[in-house]
Design a protein around this ligand. Structure first.
Ligand code: 3PG
Length: 319
């Protein structure tokens, strides 16, 4: 997949932004990034869009900036020379798509039915915007309409928010979700950048859906693990489940019998999207033990340890 689209996919959220005052562009981009979303689709819905892209490209280079609501080939040219790294349009305009391909800039045109999608495939596109997502039928519609097109990825946009993003992102043909809910024009115009950061963080956490899956305790051997499992079972009724290296008491307590990571044990954190979780945490400075990541039969990472322990516990993510 195109490297910019791949980056968008790892971020998982594409904020759709309307800028009325160019002075707000860089603080807005930094506010999104501080909340964990280093990406912005600046729309050409206002005359300030082009200059806002230019300012973000120069003043917040850590943010992947693209142009949205691009309706003409002239706007493509202006967006690209301002520094846009991707182009989004609400509908499928063959002239705009052809022009983007000719200029070598990734484009995700809005597609809302099989005819739009087949035009996109005709142009060799790997991903399209699905717009307006909720109003056009939501996730069920995307699942149905995408069934004949196995290779294509979607960026649903329109009516997505922190309450429904996790459902969308769980579908493997969803590359990312777009929307304006974390950075509406009112918030930007009022300079409410802390609020934008807080809403962005809320969106990222909703997408990743972190929770404690289980806690592994290094018991020091088979006998101690068995004794502890019996104790938890007799006190609390947690069902005993024997594994090769551990005995589980209920789903949340793993009594480790053999040598395992962590001074005292390990904590398993579940996430909706391990690839995006790794990318998100790495952007924040966390390092992972990639060499020993566990992969599923399709080669996708399904469990990975953080390099550092927390309070003597190794920590791993699990999908
Ligand atoms: C868009 O242009 O992509 C939409 O306006 C974004 O939809 P939302 O405002 O419902 O998030």
């Amino acid at each position: 997949m195109n490297v910019i689209l791949e980056k968008l996919g790892k971020i998982g959220i594409v904020p759709v932004i309307k800028i009325d005052d160019v002075e707000k562009a860089v603080p807005l981009a930094k506010a999104l990034a501080a909340g964990g979303i280093p990406c912005a689709e600046i729309t050409f819905r206002t005359a300030q869009g082009e200059d806002a892209i230019r300012r973000i490209a120069a003043g917040a280079p850590e943010v992947l900036v693209g142009a949205g609501t691009v309706l003409t080939t002239d706007q493509v040219d202006r967006a690209v020379s301002a520094g846009a790294q991707f182009i989004v349009s609400p509908g499928f305009n063959p002239q705009v798509v052809a022009h983007c391909l000719q200029k070598g800039i990734p484009v995700t045109p809005g597609c809302a039915n099989p005819s739009d999608i087949e035009q996109a495939l005709e142009f060799g596109l790997e991903a399209v915007k699905f717009f307006p997502a909720e109003q056009a039928g939501g996730l069920d519609y995307i699942k149905a309409v995408s069934a004949p097109y196995p290779g294509l990825q979607f960026i649903p946009t329109g009516g997505i928010n922190a309450g429904n993003i996790a459902r969308y992102i769980a579908f493997d043909k969803v590359l990312a979700c777009g929307g304006s809910w974390m950075a509406g024009a009112d918030l930007i115009n009022a300079g409410e950048f802390e609020k934008i950061t807080a809403l962005s963080r809320e969106a990222v956490l909703a997408l990743l859906g972190f929770s404690v899956a289980h806690i592994g305790i290094n018991t020091g051997g088979y006998e101690k693990a068995a004794q502890a499992a019996v104790l938890f079972n007799s006190l609390f009724g947690f069902a005993i489940k024997e594994g090769n290296n551990s005995t589980f008491a209920g789903d949340a307590l793993e009594l480790v019998k053999t040598t395992a990571p962590g001074t005292h044990g390990h904590i398993a954190i579940a996430t909706n999207s391990i690839t995006r979780a790794i990318a998100h945490l790495e952007r924040g400075g966390v390092t992972f033990d990639h060499a020993n990541a566990k992969k599923d039969p399709r080669g996708n990472v399904c469990a990975i340890y953080l390099k550092d322990e927390i309070l003597g516990f190794a920590v791993h993510l699990v999908q």
